[in-house]
Design a binder for this molecule. Structure first.
Ligand code: IMP
Length: 417
């Protein structure tokens, strides 16, 4: 009765969705354990390309159960849009999507409040996805949030929704037209919550039933460990916990059930939004990576900042997650570079993910590049020698085995070593 946890080892967008979909072939259930619709998981399967935000990537496989844990946050309107878009593509979620009844909901007023708070944070603008993620988690820990199971009691639900509508109006000092718009968004929110309540479930119990029958559960993380509010580049982080330990809390199972922690590591580094990025390449090389890797946000469309692989950060995130193996993704994007660099330390031996992270100066090791097209390659021995040397160097620097390599967006574009 194993649980495999899949987490991102950088600042998100490592290609977790594609790998979860690949691994889901053997799974009974895939359960998302953190974040909300701020994530953008791209999955190519069933002959189509899907951009999922909160729905677990495994749902694209028609025989897999999809679950969403209590430590995620949910905008009922956007999740219904996701469900509909899958259904329009012939993938039904009926009877196989289970959303924790304890999940906290994103009231429409939160997005307006978030926009305002980004303006107020002039000196440390986070560059959020604008999905109301922060305000939803804030209210969860303030203990007055709206949870999915509140819909059961009409009076409780109505008074909670009213409270948050009034809070947004008074905090933001909204004008007549904006108040009207908010009221109409709130009406849509209430309607969507009623509909989505049909998927409400005791996720912990459902997981336990799958495990009791010997089935594999994949716990799917979102964002990346460097966006984790405890271990990431604070304060330039998200509010949901992104590290492996959070899977147990969110999905309601004990740590002894975990058999694998698979860290997903991109062969280079990207970041969206503000914050320190020691190996950033704000030059032509960075632009070349962005173009080759189509590095534009799935959720916001923003160009991603690109840079060399930071081996030191990967070593750190592999440790805090307890990774048992690593999947190196997007190796094909690095084809055509004369030389490649990996950060193996920082000048003066300094290391921090706190407010002075921006002062870290990377020290690099240089590797030969390759010119052969490796997209879609599935055999280790077919990789050019320089590509194999690069993978082996990553393994040595990070200190965890690279057991698989993703060489393209397709479900089966994977090398297993
Ligand atoms: P929030 O999650 O919208 O609050 O945004 C906080 C920070 O996390 C911003 O820098 C976002 O760009 C970043 N972020 C959130 N979700 C993702 C993701 O899925 N991939 C990459 N960056 C993300």
């Amino acid at each position: 009765m194993p649980v495999s946890i899949v987490v991102g080892l950088q600042w998100g967008d490592e290609g977790k969705g594609k790998m979860v979909d690949h691994l889901a072939e053997k799974a009974v259930a895939v359960a998302r354990f953190s974040g909300g619709a701020n994530a953008g998981h791209t999955v190519e399967g069933e002959g189509k390309r899907f951009a999922l935000h909160l729905l677990p990537s495994g749902l694209v496989r028609k025989d897999v159960i999809g679950m969403i844990g209590s430590a995620c946050v949910m905008d009922p309107v956007t999740i219904l849009e996701e469900i509909r878009s899958l259904e329009e593509n012939g993938i039904s979620t009926k009877g196989r999507l289970k959303i924790s009844s304890k999940i906290n909901l994103t009231h429409p007023g939160y997005k307006c409040i978030e926009k305002q708070s980004e303006v107020n944070l002039a000196s440390e603008k986070i560059g959020t996805t604008g999905r109301g993620i922060g305000p939803t988690y804030e209210r969860k820990f303030r203990r007055n949030a709206i949870r999915l199971d509140d819909i059961i009691n009409k009076t409780t639900f109505t008074s909670l929704v009213d409270f948050h509508t009034k809070e947004a109006i008074s905090t933001l000092n909204l004008g007549y037209a904006e108040v009207e718009k908010l009221h109409s968004d709130v009406a849509e929110f209430i309607e969507a919550t009623r509909e989505v309540a049909g998927y409400s479930d005791d996720v912990s119990l459902s997981i336990s039933r799958v495990l009791d029958r010997g089935g594999l559960v994949i716990a799917e993380g979102a964002q990346g460990s460097l966006l984790d509010p405890d271990h990431g580049s604070y304060p330039f982080v998200t509010c949901g916990q992104c590290v492996s330990g959070a899977a147990c809390t969110s999905l309601g199972f004990g740590p002894a059930l975990v058999t694998d922690v698979i860290g997903i590591l991109k062969a280079y580094t990207t970041r969206v939004g503000s914050g320190p990025f020691p190996t950033e390449l704000d030059n032509e090389t960075g632009e070349k990576i962005r173009r080759a890797g189509h590095e534009f946000g799935t959720t916001t469309g923003r160009p991603r900042r690109c840079g060399w692989l930071d081996g030191m950060l990967a070593r750190y995130t592999a440790r805090i997650n307890g990774c048992t193996s690593i999947t190196l993704t997007l190796l094909d994007v690095l084809t055509g570079f004369e030389e490649l660099q990996i950060c193996t330390g920082y000048k003066g031996g300094k290391f921090t993910t706190g407010r002075s992270m921006g002062e870290l100066v990377p020290v690099y090791e240089t590797f030969s590049g390759w010119t052969e097209d490796i997209r879609g390659e599935t055999k280790w021995e077919n990789l050019p020698e320089a590509a194999r040397a690069y993978v082996l160097a990553v393994e040595k620097i990070v200190g965890v085995s690279v057991t698989s390599i993703s060489t393209g967006p397709g479900r089966d574009d994977v090398i297993w070593r």
